[in-house]
Design a binder for this molecule. Structure first.
Ligand code: XMP
Length: 503
C-alpha cells in the first residue's frame, strides 16, 4: 500500500494515526528505501548481539537517512553497527527503573527529568558510537538512551511501548510525529476509502465469495467488500443447526435487509446433524463439521459460476504470529475455520482486506460503515458452534435446550450491562443427569454449566466474577423456563490450565 508508513514492532504508532507494519530484520534495503517509509523502529528481543545467529539487519539501513528508534536489543544493534561497544551488564535489569533524561531535545521533549521506565535486559551499550551522545541514564545503565541528532538515530535501553513506562507514549509520539515528520492522516475513515478503491482495482469485473459466519471479522469484511463491488460479492451463510437462538434471523436482517448484501442462507441443519449422529469425540466433531462446510461451500460456489476470489476476515495478529525474526516474511494465511482448505481445492485468489488491522480497529471500521453494535460487539463463537458446547451426543433436541439456556444467560448479562464486560459468555450442556424436586415431584433432568471469562485475546483467560445475585437470577430463570434442565453450575476455571470452550 502506498501510504506513509513506520516499519515497526508494535501498535503504539497507530495510536498516533500513522500506519505501521511489522517486518522481519531480513527485509531488503530496496523494500525499505521508499518514500512511504518515514521511520523505522528496531524492536527488542531476547538475543545478545554477539551470539551466533543473533537476528541482525543489513547495516546499510543505518545510513539511509530514515529516522530510526532502536529499543533494547534494537539499540544494541544500532550501537554495534555504528562502531560502539555492547557487553554483558554486571547485573541484569528487569522491571521498574528510574529514567533520568540528560537531553530533552526531540525524543525526550516534554518528558520530565526523572520518570519511571521498564527495563528488561542482560546486555547494555558500554561505549557510545562516534557521532552519538547520551540522552538518558538509569542507576544500573549509564547509557540508557543515546542519539545521533544529525543522522536522526535514537536508541533507548528501556521499553517505551509497555504501559508501565510512564512517558512511553509521549516518547513514541515524539519519534513518530516530530522526528519522522509524519502527517498523522491514517484513520479508519481513510482506511475504508483506500481499501474500497483497492478492492475495486483488484476485483475488476470479477466475482467474490465469502463464508459469512456472523462474527465480527467476516461481517466487517462482507460489508466492506459489498460497498466496493455490490452484488458481485456473494456471501454464503450456512445455517448448520448448531447456531445460537435467532442467529440466522439477525444475519438475514442485518445483511440482506439493511446492507442489501447478496446473501445465500443455506439451510443445512439436517445434513450436519446427520453427520454428527452418535459422535462424541470433540476432535471428530470438529473434523466432520469442517468437512461438511467445505462440501456445502463448494457446492454453492459451483452454482454461482465463474468466481475468481475468496474473501476472508484474516486479521493482523494472524500475520504477525507467522513472521519470525530469523526467517523471511513467511505470511502463512489463516484459513477460515469454516472453509479451511478451499483456496487450494478451488484455485481462488484470496482477498483479505483486514489483514493489517487489529480487532479493535476492525470494530472501528465497522462503526465507520455504520454496522450495528449487535454485530460489532458480539462475543466470539467457535466455528463448530454448539456442537462443542454439547458434551456427548449432538441432537436437535439437545441443541434446542442449549439455545434456550444460552439465550436466557446472555439476555440477563445484557440487561445487567455485564455482556460488554466479559470476553465471552455461553452455556454448556453436560452429558449427565441429576435429581431434583419441582413442586412435590421428583425430577431427573439435565445439568448445564455457565461459562463467562475475561480475556484480552482469548489466549489466556480468567473466569468472570459475575455477581452472585445475577448468577442466582440466571439459574432461577433457566430452571423455571427451560424444560428438562434442573441444575445449573458455574465454571470457575481459568485458561490455562483449562480452555475457554469445553471441547
Ligand atoms: P479455547 O477453547 O481454545 O478458545 O480456549 C479460544 C477462543 O477461540 C474460540 N474457538 C474457536 N473459534 N473456530 C473458531 O473460529 C474454532 O474451531 C474455535 N474453537 C475455539 C473460542 O470460542 C475462544 O474465543
Amino acid at each position: 500500500m502506498k501510504r506513509e508508513t513506520i516499519l515497526i514492532i508494535d501498535r503504539n504508532v497507530r495510536e498516533n494515526n500513522v500506519f505501521c507494519e511489522i517486518v522481519p530484520p531480513t527485509i531488503s534495503i530496496r523494500d525499505i528505501n521508499t518514500k512511504e517509509i518515514k521511520g523505522i523502529i528496531l524492536s527488542g528481543g531476547p538475543a545478545s548481539v554477539y551470539t551466533k545467529n543473533a537476528p541482525t539487519c543489513d547495516n546499510r539501513i543505518f545510513s539511509l537517512g530514515i529516522p530510526m528508534l532502536g529499543i533494547c536489543y534494537g539499540m544494541q544493534l544500532m550501537a554495534k553497527a555504528s562502531g560502539g561497544k555492547v557487553g554483558k551488564a554486571r547485573s541484569r535489569e528487569y522491571g521498574r527503573a528510574t529514567l533520568t533524561v540528560t537531553n530533552h531535545k526531540l525524543l525526550f521533549k516534554d518528558v520530565p527529568k526523572n520518570s519511571i521506565c521498564w527495563m528488561s535486559h542482560g546486555d547494555k551499550v558500554k561505549r557510545i558510537p562516534k557521532g552519538f551522545t547520551r540522552i538518558g541514564s538509569s542507576r544500573n545503565t549509564s547509557i540508557a538512551a543515546f542519539a545521533n541528532f544529525d543522522e536522526r538515530l535514537f536508541g533507548v535501553q528501556f521499553h517505551p511501548e509497555v504501559a508501565h513506562t510512564q512517558y512511553g507514549n509521549r516518547i513514541i509520539k515524539n519519534f513518530v510525529k516530530n522526528i519522522c515528520d509524519t502527517k498523522s492522516d491514517w484513520s479508519m475513515r481513510s482506511f475504508v476509502k483506500e481499501t474500497i478503491d483497492e478492492i475495486r482495482h483488484t476485483v475488476g469485473n470479477g466475482k467474490v465469495i465469502l463464508g459469512l459466519s456472523g462474527g465480527v471479522d467476516s461481517s466487517v469484511t462482507a460489508v466492506l467488500i459489498n460497498k466496493a463491488i455490490g452484488r458481485r460479492l456473494v456471501c454464503i451463510f450456512v445455517d448448520n443447526g448448531l447456531l445460537r437462538k435467532s442467529e440466522a434471523r439477525i444475519v438475514r436482517e442485518v445483511f440482506q435487509k439493511h446492507f442489501r448484501v447478496n446473501l445465500r442462507v443455506i439451510d443445512a441443519e439436517e445434513e450436519f446433524l446427520h453427520g454428527l449422529k452418535g459422535i462424541k469425540d470433540p476432535e471428530r466433531k470438529r473434523k466432520i463439521i469442517g468437512g461438511q462446510f467445505i462440501k456445502i461451500f463448494e457446492r454453492e460456489a459451483k452454482k454461482i459460476g465463474a468466481v475468481k476470489f475468496l474473501a476472508q476476515g484474516t486479521l493482523y495478529p494472524d500475520l504477525i504470529e507467522s513472521r519470525s525474526a530469523f526467517g523471511g516474511p513467511s505470511a502463512t494465511i489463516k484459513t477460515h475455520h469454516n472453509v479451511g482448505g478451499l483456496p487450494k481445492v478451488m484455485h481462488l485468489e484470496l482477498i483479505e482486506p483486514l489483514k493489517y488491522l487489529f480487532k479493535d480497529e476492525v470494530r472501528k471500521v465497522g462503526r465507520e460503515l455504520n454496522m450495528p453494535g449487535e454485530i460489532l460487539g458480539r462475543h466470539p463463537f467457535p466455528g463448530p458452534g454448539l456442537a462443542v458446547r454439547i458434551i456427548g451426543d449432538v441432537t436437535k433436541a439437545r441443541c434446542d435446550i442449549l439455545r434456550e439456556v444460552d439465550d436466557i444467560f446472555i439476555s440477563i448479562l445484557r440487561k445487567r450491562r455485564l455482556y460488554g464486560e466479559v470476553w465471552q459468555a455461553f452455556a454448556v450442556l453436560l452429558p449427565i443427569k441429576s435429581v431434583g424436586v419441582m413442586g412435590d415431584e421428583r425430577t431427573y433432568g439435565n445439568v448445564v454449566a455457565l461459562r463467562a471469562v475475561t480475556s484480552i485475546d482469548g489466549m489466556t483467560a480468567d473466569w468472570a466474577r459475575i455477581p452472585c445475585e445475577v448468577l442466582g437470577e440466571i439459574s432461577n430463570r433457566i430452571i423455571n423456563e427451560v424444560d428438562g434442565v434442573n441444575r445449573v453450575v458455574y465454571d470457575i476455571s481459568s485458561k490455562p490450565p483449562s480452555t475457554i470452550e469445553w471441547e
